[in-house]
Unconditional design. Sequence first.
Length: 135
Amino acid sequence: MPADCSRFFARSRPAGAVPATTSRANTAARGDTALPGTLTVRAYACGKPSCRCHADPPRLHGPYAEWTRKIGGKTVTRRLTPRELAEYQPLFDNARKLRVLLAELQDLTLQIIEAGSPPQQPGPEPENRNPENVG
């Protein structure tokens, strides 16, 4: 992403929508890193029938932090240690902020397109012409 995103918003736009978005885009472009995928923290029941996690009430194992993402079209999940979770948490937070920003930019782009496009009117039907080089 370029360091100054304001040039992408030079065309007509809804009043007041771009400056805040541009500011957040510039902040995101300055170098914070992000990790792809999602972070889930959850507790599990194991497979041992006599374990505490199957009692009433259950005392589940965990919580465990898991990082899930796509690699080569396949879903890959990796369990993170508490140290890795502490180290990677800011990267997951940045990724979440970037996803929100991307959604806002897409919504803004749609608003710009819809505001600048006249309503479509049906035009004449195109003629059905046979290809000239078929013989």
